[in-house]
Design a protein around this ligand. Structure first.
Ligand code: C2E
Ligand code: MG
Ligand code: MG
Ligand code: MG
Length: 283
């Protein structure tokens, strides 16, 4: 791994780190121009009710296909968008795009459909966040009660007062809030109780563990129980096989998302999936 050493107040970077920094700077420029050229797009992963497999919503997931046709994973470019500040613009674009897609789905008759949008902590802390949110809802006409914002649990750990106040203000717009990757951040229960959130998303790692060992389901169980006690909705993410789905359902988890049901889809494919799914259930 790259190391840095401090000598006389200056940082000297090892060769490895120089390469990493140069690569990041390169990606940052590529992302900025790629965003301007329209290389970013959203994929939508259906979210379903576990028992009926009935779809009730989708999560919007950001994708970047570079000029040479390469797909850069969000885990790689979102941190770069965050530290360069680009995430403010990109995040607004994502929200507007997702709201516009929600409106197309509504026009196609899916009036109960909910759209979930990931929000980075950099966006969330930005002073213009609430105005941006209100503007996106107003301009697209998306009904706030059909829009959900996903924040990560690690975000919930820092600056508790700012977070509590921000969440309350977001709630007043009518939008709902989910805590993403729940269970990975060790937030305290008393703190969680003070947050105005609507839903916990059980992190994929705990879903994967469910079938692994005798105690594998304990964290998922605990989150489901916690949700019940706090009156929060629960969704499991990263459900890949039927056994996981069965166990989750038996544990009382009502909602799920994962490759078992569908991969993230392009808008046309989502519409098709929703249509076919309705046919399957009617049959
Ligand atoms: P996340 O919000 O926790 O999203 C879930 C990730 O799990 C997605 O990866 C999704 O494609 C993947 N996934 C869904 N079902 C399964 C499954 O059954 N098995 C496995 N192995 N994976 C599954 P993706 O799209 O690569 O996104 C990674 C992360 O990037 C997201 O995690 C989120 O933190 C971030 N991200 C994506 N889009 C946005 C965005 O628009 N804004 C922000 N701020 N972050 C985003
Ligand atoms: Mg998410
Ligand atoms: Mg997640
Ligand atoms: Mg994640």
């Amino acid at each position: 791994r790259a190391k840095s050493r401090q000598r006389g107040g200056h940082f000297y970077f090892s060769r490895g780190m120089g390469v990493e920094i140069r690569e990041r700077v390169r990606l940052m420029h590529a992302l900025r121009s790629g965003f301007a050229r329209g290389e970013l797009f959203l994929a939508y992963q259906p979210q379903v009710e576990l028992g009926a497999h009935r779809p009730f919503g989708a999560e919007a997931l950001l994708r970047w296909r570079t000029e040479d046709g390469r797909l850069v994973p969000p885990d790689r470019f979102i941190p770069i968008a965050e530290y360069s500040g680009l995430i403010i613009e990109i995040g607004e674009w994502v929200l507007r795009q997702a709201c516009a897609e929600l409106m197309r789905l509504r026009a196609a008759g899916y009036l109960d459909f909910t759209m979930s949008v990931n929000v980075s902590q950099v966006q969330f802390r930005h002073p213009g966040f609430l105005d941006m949110l209100r503007g996106a809802l107003a301009d697209t006409g998306a009904p706030p009660e059909r829009v959900e914002l996903e924040i990560t649990e690690s975000m919930a750990m820092e600056e508790p007062d700012l977070l509590i106040e921000r969440l309350a203000a977001i709630k007043r717009t009518g939008v709902s809030i989910a805590i993403d990757d729940f269970g990975t951040g060790f937030s305290s229960l008393s703190y969680l109780q003070r947050l105005q959130v609507d839903r916990l998303k059980i992190d994929r790692t705990f879903v994967t563990e469910i079938t692994g060992s005798a105690r594998g389901s304990s964290i998922a169980e605990m989150v489901i129980e916690l949700g019940r006690n706090l009156g929060l909705s629960i969704i499991a993410e990263g459900v890949e096989d039927e056994r996981q789905a069965q166990i989750l359902q038996a544990l009382g988890c009502p909602l799920a998302q994962g490759f078992l049901f569908s991969r993230p889809l392009a808008p046309e494919a989502l519409l098709e999936w929703l249509g076919q799914d309705a046919l399957t259930r009617a049959a």
